[in-house]
Design a protein around this ligand. Sequence first.
Ligand SMILES: C[S@@+](CC[C@H](N)C(=O)[O-])C[C@H]1O[C@@H](n2cnc3c(N)ncnc32)[C@H](O)[C@@H]1O
Length: 271
Amino acid sequence: MQHFEITQLLEAIYFRYGYDFRHYARASLERKVINRLRLAKLVNISAMTCKILYEPSFFNLFLKDMSVTVTEMFRDPYVFKKIRTSVCQHLKTYSRVNIWHVGCATGEEAYSMAILLDEEGLLPRTRIYATDYNNHSLELATRGNYKADKMPQYNENYLKSGGKSSLSHYYQQQGNIINFDDSLKKYITFANHNLMKDQVFAQMHLVFCRNVLIYFDATLQNSVLNLLKESLIHRGFLILGDKESLDFSQQREYFENYANKERIYRLCANL
Ligand SMILES: C[S@@+](CC[C@H](N)C(=O)[O-])C[C@H]1O[C@@H](n2cnc3c(N)ncnc32)[C@H](O)[C@@H]1O
């Protein structure tokens, strides 16, 4: 019964707000719905459906519940090391470079990349697009403010990824808050983009889509991977998260493995 009611809730959300959560991985979605039901002290899912339909502010809470924004700077430093020591040599052959961070959460991944590109002499020729469907996260990302007590861990990641100075070189600190320099921010555009319904960002040389696909079912994973494939230039790169893979997806045949452990893929030459 509960399963059926949740399906009805997702259908209602789709028709009322255009957000299609019908293709999110079901087990974790159901846990989040039940958790919100308890917090809001609602008697059942049908009552929750009514509240979501008639109270947009309650729907915004639901959206926030659905968006897991865990992230960090230079997450999985070995991935950034591979980008620095290997992928960058390909990027250097282009006069303009476009990079897209899909599901950027609060922006740490995009700032990490801007720093790496700065140290590799690529930043002035690069435009970084960083998108998410969570406007609250995007606001934080645009401000570029982070808690200073996270910086020692982030600096450790940065050094492991082959960082050439110190992370503190790139920000100003005031009390327990750091703010990244405008010299990085001016190369990054944060924007709302919903993978459930929005279109491609064209002509990308490198697309990050890390730790996003794990929340989707196989249908949505395939449609997102198709969108990402369409947004890449000839021989463009795609980077997934460490628990994600192209294996078993409909797009597998279009990509070759570039670096297995790092989950870096490259569009095949014969496309
Ligand atoms: C766990 S975070 C990953 C952050 C970063 N990529 C990383 O690996 O550290 C997942 C992000 O995907 C975003 N997301 C989930 N569904 C989305 C959708 N349909 N469209 C755009 N972003 C989505 C969430 O809002 C969240 O910020």
